[in-house]
Design a protein around this ligand. Sequence first.
Ligand SMILES: Cc1cc2nc3c(=O)[nH]c(=O)nc-3n(C[C@H](O)[C@H](O)[C@H](O)COP(=O)(O)O)c2cc1C
Length: 321
Amino acid sequence: MDYFKQNLKIKHLSFPRFIGGPLDGITDSPFRKLVRDFSKEELLYTEMRHVCSVVTPKGGAMALDFSQYERPLNFQVSANSPEHVKAACEKIVQAGVDMIDLNVGCPARNVVTSCCGSALMANPVMLEKILKEFKRVIPDHVPFTIKIRSGFKQVNAVDIAKLAQDCGVDALAIHPRLQPQMFTGLPDYKVAAAVKQAVSIPVIFSGNVVNFKTAKMTYEATGVDGFLIGRGIWAKPWKLEEMKQHAMGNEYVVDQSMILQVALRHLSLMVEQFGVHGLLRFRKHLPFYIKGHPSASALRSRLVRSESEADIKEGLQEFLS
Ligand SMILES: Cc1cc2nc3c(=O)[nH]c(=O)nc-3n(C[C@H](O)[C@H](O)[C@H](O)COP(=O)(O)O)c2cc1C
């Protein structure tokens, strides 16, 4: 289908339609580098960081500790007022990103109780003030996007999308579930289709898109312009490339030796970025790399207790080669 061969345009920038979505604690800088090994042009979102933390020296250093190799990058922030937006955006733009995204969709309890994330969908007056502040302070060459849900407790995505467009937002992503649904249940394709109909800015879909088949089905149901791949990319950094190849009618082979190389590089990147904590963070990914193998549970028990990079690498090599 020609649609999948054309790029998605956001303001003056253009990207393939499959995008690496934000998964806090998963799509960190090492993981984005792995994705970049496979996909050179695709847009990748960073994990959400609050504007207040970006402006502090420690929080800012951590949040902005990414490499230019990861670009094109959409840096995602959260905010519950216009305060700190200017200072945060200045630091983010200076660090070298391609876009800034405001999270208006996070359902987590600690986030919504501080009136951030999806709670902003229930407070359009505050949301408008925040959006206008972002547009005021972000330089023209850096597009500004938002990521929303169907609504907070009630569906109002169309109204929020129109508000965003009127405030000058350049594109929006929608994860069409309400806040209480968190990440489960069927996404509401009708809401996403209604949003696409209601605005002229690009609309990107997020939710249960895990391969080319589900992207095609989602496009047919909604007419959206692009797809954020979230959980589908977890431990599969080749996923965007695989989808691109399938969209072109090509085969894409993933074998054990490729999974082994990816897992080993992932571990090295984790240790490079986070030192000894990288080993602990890698434990979250390990089960996915060895999933389905007959002795996966024995290896998992051995490796999650391991405290050395060399030992984990040796175990993975023995196991997967
Ligand atoms: C562990 C986890 C962390 C997430 N972190 C973020 C985040 O930082 N920012 C955000 O906008 N969405 C976040 N999301 C939501 C995803 O980006 C996505 O919208 C949602 O999971 C549905 O898409 P999927 O089915 O492709 O995963 C997160 C989801 C999960 C499961």
